[in-house]
Design a protein around this ligand. Structure first.
Ligand SMILES: CC(C)(COP(=O)(O)OP(=O)(O)OC[C@H]1O[C@@H](n2cnc3c(N)ncnc32)[C@H](O)[C@@H]1OP(=O)(O)O)[C@@H](O)C(=O)NCCC(=O)NCCSC(=O)CCCCCCCCCCCCCCC(=O)O
Ligand SMILES: Cc1cc2nc3c(=O)[nH]c(=O)nc-3n(C[C@H](O)[C@H](O)[C@H](O)COP(=O)(O)OP(=O)(O)OC[C@H]3O[C@@H](n4cnc5c(N)ncnc54)[C@H](O)[C@@H]3O)c2cc1C
Length: 629
């Protein structure tokens, strides 16, 4: 099948989904029970899977059509098959050897095998090397013995595990010849394919309600000496031979590949949630009028308050900037993955560092932005029907899953300080860290010059990284490594974020310079970029003075500049959010519909409250009158 680009996939699938007989009619799920919500979301997730199958999409396309724009419509409370599609299938494709792929993939694609990715345990999520589920190889029976030593080592969190999956890729400590070999992936049947009952030795269930995404169907899983055939260890990278001899992988972290992929996907996808939130807040800010009437006799539109412009407009600019840089990361990931499959792992360390840093930066920025956008809608933004709470719950989950953000930023920082200290292999041509080994870009700062801002962002990144690398180096002379590292944690995280910001703005600068189809589009991209840059400086003024070469007077000028830019952007706000091309049914918000008919929609949604069915609900008689209040 010819590969489609991201927006074509969306357009194509968007209309297919919206018109699909099993998907086009939606129900409000707010008043459903936990079980009813699960059933509703699961049946829609299954219909979606069938549609993907009918369309014959490849893995790359499937992950794109799993985007929150579409999946927020198909499975509004979380997709119980998300981890199957985004992690289980890619793990098989990339970590199973060719024989294993041909053994399992038919059943995966015909829906007989439904899987999850079971890594995190009750007591260990971040520190993967500390996982305690064991897989001990027995050459006599040619099986692995999978075992959970105690309840704290129970798998806890895997999506779809609760009641949906019948298989799991289980990440476990491998033992062969009595030796620990580290964490490896195993394909394990957990439920009977026919009856769906847990298989002998397996304890499995759902973990309970969460802040959001309640039908992701997160589960727990324990093994009581479950026997798994040798052929079920995923063997594209490391191998265990029949006699128990062990062959190491070509890269020590080869089995962590799924995590790199999912981090890239999450970074890309969280921008979808921001686009939806920005569209809702922009439309509402036009419709909502409140305050002393102006000369025309009308109360002002809230967007004309300068404070409201600051709450809304920088996040629209962020949608454009973050979309472009995460899309570039996606392309880079595709390239590096094919190199790694060919045996060349040279680009993997930097891909890992960049994926960690962008996943963290984007989920942090997007969750903060969505919360700001929710607040910009006043009381009505607090209502579920605005969709803003659910969008926040989605984005903030991304700050924790697939590597907690602080921990991921520390991975990036580890790479950066090694690069700054020259103790890592030198970066390849086109690497994102070459700036660390070059003299600082001394382009003088000038308000209004994007190039000067980008140079300043680069000086902040360079300054942050080299400063913390030097501090770490000095501390290493006087204290153990772990203490020296701990002494610098806060500065390391700041350095990684500064590096991420530099990556993002450089990528967007390139997008703007390469855009040649229309002068008007280029001017608009430049305006969006200027807003993003001025806002970035205003959020980290101390850094720009300390490392970026800005003076207090530059900072004052930048504050005024930002407000002027916002006023300039304001007339374009609606076209810029309309350009995200989100149909009302995908936005699904009382506040964010295209026609702006907010108040009618709010009343309409209130009519669905079960408490409005009877004039006096039965609960009043049952609870209040009986309690003699
Ligand atoms: C990395 C760790 C934090 C630490 O690991 P270690 O302790 O083992 O390593 P060290 O710190 O000692 O480092 C050693 C060495 O290895 C390098 N390293 C580490 N990791 C990697 C890697 N992955 N690849 C390459 N190299 C790596 C490291 O840099 C060091 O190198 P040097 O020695 O040279 O310095 C690790 O323990 C860890 O990763 N922890 C985090 C755990 C984690 O992430 N868990 C995830 C569990 S699964 C999960 O959470 C699933 C959530 C999914 C929810 C649903 C998803 C839905 C999303 C929808 C997306 C839709 C897609 C649509 C896309 C679109 O929109 O288009
Ligand atoms: C909605 C959701 C879905 C999930 N789906 C899955 C799934 O499908 N499969 C799966 O296997 N897992 C899944 N997870 C689990 C998830 O991957 C982990 O929760 C995540 O990796 C964070 O690990 P943790 O819970 O151990 O956090 P912790 O590491 O316990 O974090 C707690 C605090 O400790 C700090 N901390 C920990 N270590 C360090 C360190 N070395 N240095 C500095 N600070 C540190 C963190 O920064 C954080 O502030 C899911 C989680 C959620 C919320």
């Amino acid at each position: 099948m010819v590969s489609r680009n991201r927006s074509q996939v969306k357009d194509h699938l968007g209309s297919k989904v919206l018109n699909h007989p099993e998907l086009r009619n939606t129900k409000a799920t707010e008043y459903m029970s936990h079980e009813e919500k699960y059933r509703y979301n699961l049946s829609r997730a299954t219909a979606m899977l069938k549609l993907i199958d009918e369309e014959g999409m490849d893995v790359n396309e499937i992950s794109k059509v799993m985007s929150h724009t579409v999946s927020g419509f198909t499975t509004p409370d979380g997709n119980p098959l998300a981890v199957h599609q985004v992690m289980f299938v890619p793990t098989l494709m990339n970590q199973a050897d060719d024989d294993q792929v041909s053994r399992w993939l038919g059943d995966v694609f015909n829906g007989t095998i439904v899987g999850t990715y079971a890594q995190t345990e009750l007591s260990h999520g971040t520190f993967v090397r500390g996982l305690r589920t064991t897989a001990t190889y027995d050459p006599a029976s040619r099986t692995f013995d999978l075992h959970t030593p105690d309840v704290s080592a129970a798998k806890w969190w895997p999506g779809g595990l609760g009641t949906t999956a019948n298989h799991a890729v289980v990440m476990a400590q491998l033992y062969t010849d009595g030796q620990p070999r580290g964490i490896h992936p195993f394909m394990v049947a957990i439920r009977d394919r026919e009856t769906h009952r847990p298989l002998p030795g397996i304890t499995v269930g759902e973990i309970g309600p969460k802040l959001g995404q309640n039908t992701l169907n997160n589960g727990y899983l324990l093994f009581d000496h479950v026997k798994v055939p040798r052929e079920n260890m995923l063997m594209r990278n490391a191998r265990v031979n029949e006699d128990g001899s062990y062959t190491k992988p070509s890269h020590q972290k080869a089995s962590y590949g799924t995590m790199v992929f999912t981090r890239v996907a999450i970074a890309l996808d969280t921008v979808d949630a921001l686009q939806i939130a920005a569209t809702i807040a922009a439309r509402y800010s036009i419709v909502r009028r409140q305050g002393e009437p102006r000369d025309d006799g009308q109360e002002p539109q809230i967007i004309d308050y300068q404070t409201q412009q600051l709450k809304v407009l920088p996040h629209i600019a962020a949608c454009y900037v973050l979309r472009a840089s995460t899309a570039r990361l996606w392309e880079h990931h595709t390239h590096v993955t094919s190199e790694v499959r060919g045996g060349d792992t040279a680009l993997l360390p930097e891909l890992h560092a960049t994926a960690c840093c962008l996943k963290a930066l984007v989920t942090q920025d997007c969750s903060e932005a969505i919360e700001a956008l929710r607040l910009s809608c006043g009381g009505h933004g607090y209502m579920t029907a605005s969709r803003l709470p659910a969008l926040y719950a989605y984005a903030t989950a991304g700050a924790t899953y697939e590597g907690e953000n602080t921990v991921l930023l520390l991975q990036t920082a580890r790479y950066l300080v090694k690069q700054a200290g020259g103790s890592h292999a030198p970066p390849a041509a086109g690497s994102a860290v070459t700036y660390l080994s070059r003299p600082a870009d001394d382009t003088p700062f000038a308000v209004g010059s994007p190039a000067a801002y980008v140079a300043a962002v680069g000086r902040v990144a360079r300054g942050r990284v080299t400063e913390v690398a030097a501090a770490l180096q000095a501390d290493r002379q006087t204290m153990p490594e772990a203490d020296a590292w701990n002494q610098s944690l806060v500065q390391l995280v700041a350095a990684a974020l500064a590096h991420g910001r530099y990556f993002v703005v450089r990528e967007f600068a390139e997008v703007v310079s390469q855009q040649s189809s229309s002068r008007a589009i280029q001017q608009m991209l430049q305006l969006l970029f200027s807003v993003y840059l001025a806002h970035a400086v205003s959020r980290a003024e101390g850094d720009f003075i300390t490392y970026g070469g800005l003076t207090p007077s530059d900072i004052r000028l930048n504050r005024r500049h930002l407000l002027r830019l916002l006023a300039e952007l304001r007339p374009h706000m609606i076209p810029l959010t309309d350009a995200f091309d989100l149909p009302d049914r995908l936005i699904n918000s009382t506040l964010g519909a295209w026609d702006g008919d907010v108040y009618r929609r709010m009343f309409e949604q209130a009519s669905h409250s079960p408490l409005n069915t009877d004039e006096v609900p039965a609960s009043f008689h049952q609870a209040m009158l009986r309690s003699k209040l």
